[in-house]
Write a protein that binds this ligand. Structure first.
Ligand code: FAD
Length: 457
């Protein structure tokens, strides 16, 4: 039996789903948000927020270790995982409560339970049907594994790694992408011997090659081991640890294995195929207006092919709510979505890599790179790195690529430069405060405009 008619029925309360719900409600629509687990989804409970809490604890550990360098007498005595988890869980708990409050405040009908799409306009939860003039699919993603690689015990994904109440002596991380390098960074700071195995030729393989190479240099310096172009073959485990075999015949041993080989779309057995939703390898295919081509069914977040990032999900959720409300929002440009990898050192980027820009603009591509060694605040923090701008001659800045401590905080300006198609000449006279790391962005713009200030030429 149909409970009542909604303007929007949303399946999944993660970043994409709850953003669509909040924006839809703000626009005066009657919204039902269906969530089997907890509102906030992967990002809040098993993703962005808990990993960043661990990374901050890792930074504090490193600061304690290095405190003597700054003339501060402190001793690093170890990691109390129980208290790290308490700190992490308190942050999640507070944000979760805030989000529940927001959903309640907007009079969104929040349904707890497992939903399935039983008609293009209807989601069923425990026998109750929620019918919508529009339906938004937002069921998110799960940690992938490899064929024959079973998760359990000492072999874990980020889900289990985030709830560990002990610090291993050693860890093997399968996958040198965002999640893999973030965990490797945390564990190294916690005193763990870490080895990353990556099948591709570089760590952070989706980034501009200069960032990947700089990250590799930084990780070498931090004594984080990695094997590139190395393919996993099998793993065994017993009471004392795991043994990982690679295709080249070598074996590695450690206390645990983290499987960080990417995330798959959570779309199986939800009725999507039965209702004719176009799918490919489990992903939901939607057009640039996030419409699936079936009735009034939209899709947002990690189930839509592309960057699996929370802020992409948020923006897609907002977009769909506004689209449904008839506001004709501007489409989202995938390359304009900022990307941050929060390991130490941080990677932050937006727009085209140098290689992508050269494919598109050929010889018109211009590059400027400013080393953080010349930046006062970076020296104070003791970080190495650089900011690289990719521009087009007589045209805009099309890519920004950064590595170094706290570079994630610079991505705000970076995304404005790229998304507003700023010209270096226009940015050059704009003032960047001294002494900030942000000055390095200003300096890079000056250099791209042909008038670098702190340069020997
Ligand atoms: C370890 C880790 C670290 C990450 N760090 C970052 C980061 O720093 N920055 C960043 O931008 N992104 C990060 N991400 C990615 C980010 O978490 C995802 O991109 C984001 O959560 C995707 O949002 P979503 O709404 O598509 O899906 P999800 O957040 O996965 O939400 C989907 C929701 O749908 C619910 N659901 C699924 N099926 C049903 C059903 N049938 N009925 C009812 N409910 C259902 C699920 O319970 C879930 O709550 C990280 C991910 C991981 C795993």
């Amino acid at each position: 039996m149909s409970e009542s008619m909604y303007d929007i029925v949303i399946l999944g309360g993660g970043s994409g789903g709850y953003a669509a719900a909040l924006r839809g409600a703000q626009l005066g629509m009657k919204v039902a948000l269906i969530e089997a687990d907890k509102v906030g989804g992967t990002c809040l409970h098993r993703g962005c927020i808990p990993t960043k809490a661990l990374l901050h604890a890792a930074e504090v550990a490193d600061m304690a270790r290095d405190s003597g360098h700054f003339g501060v007498n402190a001793t690093f005595e170890g990691i109390d995982m129980e208290r790290v988890n308490t700190y992490k869980d308190q942050i999640i708990g507070k944000l979760h409560k805030g989000l529940q409050g927001l959903v309640g405040h907007h009079n969104i009908t929040y349904v707890t339970g497992w939903g399935t799409l039983v008609a293009p306009d209807t989601v069923e939860v425990d026998g109750t049907r929620y019918q919508g003039r529009n339906v938004v699919l937002a069921s998110g993603s799960y940690s992938r594994s490899l064929p024959g690689l079973e998760i359990g015990g000492r072999v874990m994904t980020s889900d289990q790694a985030l709830t560990m109440d002990w610090v291993p002596k050693s860890a093997i991380v399968l996958g040198g992408g965002v999640i893999g390098v973030e965990f490797a960074s945390v564990w190294k700071s916690f005193g763990v011997d870490v080895t990353i195995i990556e099948a591709l030729p570089h760590l952070a393989p989706n980034e501009d090659e200069s960032l990947s190479k700089a990250l590799e240099r930084a990780f070498r310096k931090r004594k984080i081991a990695f094997k590139l172009g190395a393919r996993f073959s099998s793993v065994t485990q017993d009471d004392s640890g795991v043994t990982v075999s690679l295709e080249d015949g070598s074996t590695l041993q450690a206390d645990i294995l983290l499987v960080a080989v990417g995330r798959g779309p959570a779309t199986a057995n939800l009725g999507y195929e039965e209702q004719g939703i176009p799918m490919e390898r489990g992903f939901v295919l939607a057009n640039e207006r996030l419409h699936t081509g079936v009735a009034n069914v939209y899709a947002v977040g990690d189930i839509v092919p592309g960057l699996q990032l929370a802020h992409r999900g948020f923006q897609q959720g907002i977009f769909v709510a506004e689209e449904i409300a008839g506001l004709e929002p501007a489409t989202i440009v995938e390359s304009g979505i900022p990307r941050v990898t929060y390991c130490d050192p941080e990677l932050a980027s937006v727009g085209l890599t140098e290689k992508q820009a050269r494919e598109k603009y050929g010889d018109a591509v211009t590059i400027s790179e400013v080393n953080l060694a010349a930046n006062g605040k970076s020296g104070i923090l003791g970080t190495a790195g650089f900011i690289k701008l990719v521009g087009v001659k007589d045209g805009p800045i099309v890519g920004v690529h950064m590595i170094g401590a706290r570079m994630g905080e610079q991505v705000g300006e970076a995304q404005l430069l790229v998304n507003w198609e700023a010209y270096a000449e226009d940015v050059a006279p704009l003032i960047h405060a001294h002494p900030t790391q942000n000055e390095a962005m200003g300096e890079a713009a000056l250099a791209l405009a042909g008038k670098p200030l702190h340069a020997h030429n």
